[in-house]
Design a protein around this ligand. Structure first.
Ligand code: NAD
Length: 234
């Protein structure tokens, strides 16, 4: 199936690592022209513009440079994110750590939409990384879960407000990335007794949403069906 990305212009935040990098490579494999926007430089095969999604002048400068390189935007993917002090109970969590999670995961997505929308072509698409943590939790994840719930809500609000483009988000369960390994440790992922997605699995979800002209304002929960399970042992 031709997804229609050949020659299209794609910007991916967080594109230097993990899911964002997999998305950048997946779009490039479909023939798209891709620029990553990230705090860090990624691998050489993904051109990267350095910017901080929490800082509005930095976002404006980064988007301007990316648009200058690409000549326009057709798809924007918001993957930049942090997990914050995962494992720390809320009562022991510093206000500064809460603010940092919300700044990257929520404000960062809002600034991305604000400053890329004027450059997006009619019929373009924004796909944001939320998480299954918008819907389910484990202890020690309150700020992160709150931030991802906000991404689902702001996705729906943007889909209503932004008339020329579609806005959707993906909500994957645990994915094998540097973030997950940093939070859980290598052993937890290498000997996992729970299903673990690859970044390429999530990239497929992102490309599906970007390529589907009738899907708008949706949160795609990709969790192997776990959240559909009844608590009743039927
Ligand atoms: N890994 C998982 O299990 C998982 C599951 C569901 C959702 N997610 C979400 O997927 C997204 C990508 O996560 P990942 O696991 O690939 O993490 P990652 O740490 O591998 O990659 C995140 C990237 O975001 C960049 N970044 C962080 N803060 C930034 C900022 N202020 N400005 C610009 N770039 C910034 C980092 O430099 C990094 O390249 C995040 O939003 C995360 O919450 C991850």
């Amino acid at each position: 199936m031709d997804l229609g990305f050949a020659g299209r212009n794609v910007l991916v935040t967080g594109g230097a690592s993990g899911i964002g990098l997999a998305c950048a490579r997946a779009f490039a494999a479909e023939g798209a022209r891709v620029v990553a926007l990230d705090l860090a430089d990624g691998p050489a095969d993904v051109p990267t513009v350095r910017a901080d999604v929490t800082d509005e002048p930095s976002v404006v400068a980064g988007v301007t440079e990316a648009v200058g390189r690409l000549g326009g935007l057709d798809v924007v993917v918001g993957c930049a994110g942090i997990s914050g002090p995962v494992g720390t109970p809320l009562v022991d969590t510093l206000a500064a750590d809460i603010a940092a999670v919300l700044a990257v995961n929520v404000t960062g997505q809002l600034l991305l939409a604000k400053h890329t929308y004027p450059h997006l072509s009619t019929g373009g698409a924004i796909v944001l990384l939320a998480s299954d943590s918008a819907f389910v939790s484990a202890p020690g994840m309150v700020p992160y879960c709150a931030s991802k719930g906000a991404v689902v809500a702001l996705t729906r609000a943007l889909a209503v407000e932004l008339e020329r483009v579609r806005v959707n988000c993906v909500c994957p369960s645990i994915v094998d990335t540097p973030m997950a390994r940093g939070d859980l440790g290598d052993d937890a992922l290498d000997q996992a007794d729970f299903p673990v997605q690859s970044p390429a699995d999530v990239a497929r979800q992102v490309l599906f949403l970007a390529a589907s002209p009738t899907v708008n304002g949706q949160a795609l929960l990709a969790d192997y069906g776990y959240s559909a399970r009844s608590g009743f042992p039927a």
